[in-house]
Design a protein around this ligand. Structure first.
Ligand code: HEC
Ligand code: HEC
Length: 343
């Protein structure tokens, strides 16, 4: 299995108008006119539906819990994307330098272009050290930057948006304790129309619900804890859930496996369907997340390697909770949604 960073899918925006390569110019003009009108309509819609940010009044006085912040940092896998690649290594090399030096520079290759993770260390100039807590909260829970721009969902905020406010506040307090490192953010290399950030407003209208995770009162505390970790910080669905043609995760196919982002093979189904994974016990799953070893004497490889290394830093209760949740969800048959590379 290749150990490359995934080529993320979740970024298609509604505008699909492309200039025709050749052909008659009337057609060309019409397409461009259509595209122009679509863009103006889009702009008006966006103004009407610009994302509601979280108000300062939501941040009531609070005693931050650094140990919990560290737990959320590990569950959230921030270091997998934001730690710089090891010195002298390519930007998508799985080896990182110090996992707590969040200088950015790692690249994610996707069908839409290449994203570069920015510096999120507490450096005031090149990182996020000068950000207010509110700015951080809005980045994580609303995908909005301090200047009001939309982030690309290569930053998995479509999952992080389900995190609790207190977890995000603890996370920021923990990030503030990490080394401030200087670096220069590398601009993303995206092709038109993906290069237009405001187009992401549509994507967000379609796929973000802005809802904090709500425990299910009919389930045990352990299962609810696992559900929270999987759907929120752990963002497991970002790889394990198939996506529709606009790149949104298909909710009723959650965790049922997806084409591997590299275009070869699949990210496995982790619902308790019949067969290999369905036969894993709760303890088998918890142990695999802790050790990287599967009950069939294999190792968790590929892009799961880094996820597992982060999971190994959580406590036994949290890994057990994740396993209990995965055992509790309905089995879903794998879909045959193909990547553009597979088609
Ligand atoms: C799968 C890779 C990935 C993971 C995991 C990830 N990020 Fe990011 N993050 C990105 C990318 C890519 C961007 C740039 C998005 C953009 O430019 O629109 C980003 C942007 C950000 C920003 C905005 C920085 C700025 O300068 O505007 C913050 C803050 C951030 N991430 C924090 C986090 C935290 C905290 C975690 C862990 C809970 C995390 N990220 C996990 C890929 C990731
Ligand atoms: C960055 C993409 C990515 C994310 C995020 C991710 N996984 Fe995975 N996962 C994979 C890949 C790829 C494999 C297959 C690994 C292999 O073939 O060795 C895998 C395999 C697994 C397996 C083994 C299944 C089997 O049948 O062998 C389990 C269990 C698992 N993941 C659980 C999780 C959980 C729980 C989370 C969230 C905390 C998660 N994964 C997040 C990519 C990911």
């Amino acid at each position: 299995m290749s150990r490359r960073i995934p080529r993320r899918k979740g970024l298609i925006i509604a505008a699909t108008g492309r200039p025709p390569e050749s052909g008659d110019s009337v057609m060309k003009q019409r397409l461009w006119a259509f595209f122009g009108v679509a863009m103006i309509g889009a702009g008006i819609l966006l103004l009407l539906a610009s994302p509601a940010t979280i108000p300062a009044s939501a941040l009531v006085p609070y005693n931050h819990d650094l140990a919990n912040g560290e737990k959320i940092f590990n569950a959230g896998g921030c270091s997998s994307c934001h730690a710089a690649p090891a010195k002298g290594k390519a930007c998508d090399d799985p080896k990182s330098g110090n996992r707590l030096d969040l200088a950015g520079g790692r690249c994610l290759r996707t069908d839409f272009g290449t994203f570069y993770a920015p510096n999120i260390s507490p450096d005031r100039k090149s990182g996020i050290g000068a950000w207010s807590e509110l700015e951080f909260v809005n980045a994580m829970l609303r995908g909005v930057s301090p200047s009001g721009e939309h982030y690309y969902p290569a930053f998995p905020y479509a999952s992080y948006e389900h995190m609790t406010l207190s977890d995000v506040r603890d996370l920021k307090a923990y990030l503030d304790t990490l080394p401030a490192v200087q670096s220069k953010n590398i601009p993303h290399e995206l092709s038109f129309p993906y290069s237009i950030r405001w187009g992401l407003g549509f994507w967000k209208l379609l796929y973000l619900d802005g809802k904090t995770f709500k425990p299910d009162p009919t389930k045990s505390d352990e299962i609810n804890r696992g559900a929270y970790l999987v759907q929120g910080p752990g963002h497991c669905g970002e790889c394990h859930t198939p996506r529709d043609s606009f790149g949104g995760m298909i909710a009723d196919k959650a965790l049922s496996g997806a084409p591997a982002p590299e275009g070869k093979g699949r990210v496995p189904n982790i619902t308790p369907r019949e067969g290999r994974f369905g036969d894993w016990s709760l303890l088998d799953i918890a142990y695999a997340l802790k050790s990287g070893f599967t009950p069939d004497f294999d190792v968790l490889g590929g892009t799961m390697t880094k996820v597992q290394e982060n999971m190994a830093r959580l406590g036994d209760e949290d890994r057990r909770a994740i396993a209990a949740y995965l055992k509790s969800i309905p089995a879903i048959e794998s879909t045959q949604v193909k990547t553009p590379a597979e088609k």
